[in-house]
Design a binder for this molecule. Structure first.
Ligand code: PSV
Ligand code: MN
Length: 406
């Protein structure tokens, strides 16, 4: 892309009253966490495909993530999943991450892989199983202390398959009991991010099925508990950006798990099927940044942007790069919304002008802008090409097959 393309873009945006210095600063500040499990082998319930060069342990996952950061500058932290990323010495993992210019991000407990959890973890009718599950949550708080992580990100597979299988109200109380114990163990700087999902693996009911349940729980627990929105965890047609705006206004939006879906929790590359939704989510966040309420501004400033994907058939590192570039692109477009124009149309009750003021930002080609800011930061203009030409993919082939699963 030439300087000329950027000059044309600049002129066009200045004429629309867009402050490009502010846009560029925001684009450079965006950070999106990648998940350790996105670098491992994953699949569907039909098969996990074994890929060559997949990291064999948590240390190698950070090495792969560092390559993603090197070419994008967007992803300096990695969320870890316990026990998938369990290590003897978290101080050592932390130093390894730091030596690569990376940091350990959110800690994700895993309460869905052991046989004992088949009928529920913190909501199991057996108190001994509930105790074991709660102890794992407490272990994760301790790990967060050692890794210096702020966020504990909770997703529960708890649910039932048949009417009558479980006592839904008891299960609700047991969930609250376990999370209350965990909440009390957290340091003041930590946050509990509560994720919801409407079905799967439970096909009749899920104990935390939607944002309302997660929100209510967060309210009961206290200010360090927030809701996490995974973009793939809603029924078809749900207006996710409405949920985002609502939770921001309630000062309870803690973070995102970005991915895309066509049918259910598909965990595909973010923006692959839903780029306009992603744009509209950022539009709601940026709109909230124009608020004067301190609590709302704090909420939006502290949103944890994370990716939650499983790359089943595609090469994992390039898939992560593509995801980050897609997020950056939609964020860039949302920064081109002229909020004065939207508000004037809203105040005049001009439906079409209001819709136009939002949509037209989405229609701009932001590639000259993104290339310009990458160059300013000493990053490659084309991160994907730079990675593919770096020789790293060939180098890790020596790891062979049979790396970490999820
Ligand atoms: C399962 O649906 C899931 O994708 C959730 O979204 C979690 O965040 C993730 O796995 C990691 O446990
Ligand atoms: Mn998720």
């Amino acid at each position: 892309m030439s300087d000329k393309a950027y000059a044309v873009f600049e002129e066009q945006q200045q004429a629309r009253g867009i402050d490009l210095n502010q846009v560029r600063a925001k684009l450079k500040a965006l950070k999106v966490e990648t998940p350790s499990w996105g670098y491992g082998d994953s699949g569907t319930r039909f098969k996990v495909f074994k890929k060559n060069g997949v990291p064999r342990n948590a240390f190698e996952k950070f090495e792969d993530a560092a390559q993603v950061q090197k070419v994008t500058g967007l992803a300096p932290s990695v969320a870890i999943h316990i026990p998938w990323d369990k290590v003897d010495d978290y101080g050592k993992l932390r130093s390894h991450a730091e030596s690569l210019g990376m940091s350990i991000g959110a800690i994700n407990p895993n309460l869905f892989q052991e046989d004992e959890y088949m009928l529920g973890s913190v909501t199991n009718a057996d108190p001994a199983i509930r105790r074991k599950a709660t102890d794992h949550l407490l272990e994760c708080v301790e790990i967060a202390r050692q890794t210096g992580s702020r966020d504990l990100s909770l997703w529960f597979a708890d649910g039932t398959n048949y009417p009558g299988q479980g006592d839904i109200r008891n299960r609700k109380r047991w969930m609250q009991e376990a999370l209350t114990e965990m909440y009390k163990a957290m340091s003041p700087n930590m946050r509990m991010l509560i994720e919801y999902k409407f079905f799967e693996p439970g096909f009749y009911h899920t104990d935390l099925a939607d944002w309302g349940m997660a929100y209510n729980l967060a309210q009961q627990l206290g200010p360090q508990a927030q809701v996490l929105v995974d973009t793939g965890h809603h029924a078809q047609g749900t207006n996710v950006e409405h949920i985002v705006a609502y939770l921001i206004d309630e000062q309870r939006l803690g973070g995102f798990h970005f991915n895309s879906r066509k049918y259910a929790d598909d965990d595909l590359i973010v923006g692959a099927t839903n780029p306009y939704e992603l744009f509209l989510i950022f539009y709601q966040i940026l709109e909230a940044q124009t608020d004067t309420n301190r609590g709302i501004l704090d909420t939006v400033d502290n949103i944890a942007y994370m990716i939650d994907q499983s790359h089943n058939i595609e090469a994992k590192i390039p898939a992560m790069i593509r995801s980050l570039l897609n997020v950056h692109t939609q964020y860039a477009k949302s920064l081109l919304v002229n909020f004065d124009e939207v508000r004037a149309a809203q105040e005049a009750n001009d439906v079409l002008a209001a819709e136009d003021a939002v949509r037209k930002a989405y229609e701009f080609d932001v590639s000259p802008l993104l290339i310009a800011i990458r160059e300013e930061q000493g990053l490659p203009a084309d991160p994907m090409k730079a990675y593919l030409q770096s020789g790293y993919q060939e180098k890790i082939a020596a790891r062979g097959k049979g790396g970490a699963s999820w």
